[in-house]
Design a protein around this ligand. Structure first.
Ligand SMILES: NC(=O)CC[C@H](N)C(=O)O
Length: 226
C-alpha cells in the first residue's frame, strides 16, 4: 500500500493543491487535512503548505500555530513523524516551536518571487536523503517574510549540529542569517524551508524538477519504516 501523506489546508493556504499534486507525482496517496480537525486521519507524514494562513494577520503563521490540527502535528512530530513546512508552513513550524528561530520581513522590504539557487547542506533528514551534500539546485522562492533570524547561540547550534539543510546561493534574497533557506529539528524528521519544492516537480511548468527528491526522500523513509 502506498504511504499516505497529508497536506493541511488553513484558511488562506495557497499551495495546498500543488503540494497534494507533488505528493501524488511522487507515488504516495495524497490526503487533504483541515486546520480545524483534531485528527491527522492516520497519515504517515504531514506537509504544511505555503500561502497566507489567516491572512498573515499578526505575523505569518502566528495564528495558524493555534489551529486545532497543530496539536496533533506537534504530537506526531515528537513521535518522529516526518513533517515538512514549506514557506508559510516553515513560518508555522517556527511559531509552533517545532523549529527554532523566526522568519521576518525580507530586508529588501518587498515580496520576492524568483527561481532561486540553493545548495543542499544536509542529506541527514527524512526529506533530503535523495540529494547529495553540496548539490546545487534551483527552486521557486516567493514570499514577503523569508528572512531567517535566530539568536547567535541558536545559529551556532544549527550550524554545529549540521541542521542547516539548504542555503541560498548567489545574492542573499532576503537577509537570512548565514544565507539559511531551510533547517531541521534535532532528529531530522521536521524540515522547514522557504523555497517551494512542490512547484518544481512537473516538466510542464519547470524550470527544474529539483523539488522531486524532497518527496522521493520521504517515500524512501516511509517505505522502510511504515
Ligand atoms: N509563499 C508563501 O507561503 C508566503 C508566505 C508568507 N505569506 C509570506 O509572504 O512570507
Amino acid at each position: 500500500m502506498a504511504p499516505r501523506i497529508g497536506v493541511v489546508t488553513f484558511p488562506g493556504s495557497l499551495d495546498d493543491h500543488d503540494a497534494l499534486r507533488a505528493v501524488r507525482i511522487a507515488g504516495a496517496e495524497a490526503v487533504a487535512l483541515w486546520h480545524g480537525s483534531d485528527s491527522l486521519d492516520g497519515v504517515d507524514a504531514v506537509v504544511l503548505p505555503g500561502g497566507f494562513s489567516y491572512g498573515d494577520y499578526l505575523r505569518c503563521g502566528a495564528i495558524a500555530r493555534f489551529a486545532p490540527v497543530m496539536d496533533e502535528v506537534v504530537r506526531a512530530a515528537g513521535a518522529g513523524m516526518p513533517v515538512l513546512g514549506i514557506c508559510n508552513g516553515f513560518q508555522i513550524l517556527c511559531e509552533a516551536h517545532l523549529l527554532p528561530g523566526a522568519l521576518i520581513r525580507n530586508d529588501v522590504r518587498t515580496f520576492v518571487c524568483r527561481d532561486q539557487g540553493l545548495r543542499v547542506e544536509s542529506v541527514d533528514t527524512t526529506w533530503t536523503s535523495r540529494f547529495e551534500v553540496g548539490q546545487e539546485i534551483e527552486i521557486v522562492l516567493k514570499n514577503g517574510e523569508g528572512g531567517f533570524v535566530a539568536d547567535a547561540e541558536t545559529v551556532a547550534r544549527l550550524e554545529g549540529e549540521g541542521r542547516v539543510v539548504f542555503r541560498y546561493t548567489g545574492a542573499n534574497p532576503n537577509g537570512s542569517v548565514n544565507d539559511i533557506a531551510g533547517i531541521c529539528n534535532e532528529r531530522g524528521n521536521v524540515v522547514g524551508l522557504m523555497p517551494h519544492p512542490e512547484h518544481n516537480v512537473d516538466p510542464l511548468t519547470g524550470p527544474s524538477l529539483d523539488g522531486r527528491p524532497i518527496f522521493a526522500s520521504v517515500l524512501d523513509f516511509l517505505g522502510a519504516h511504515v
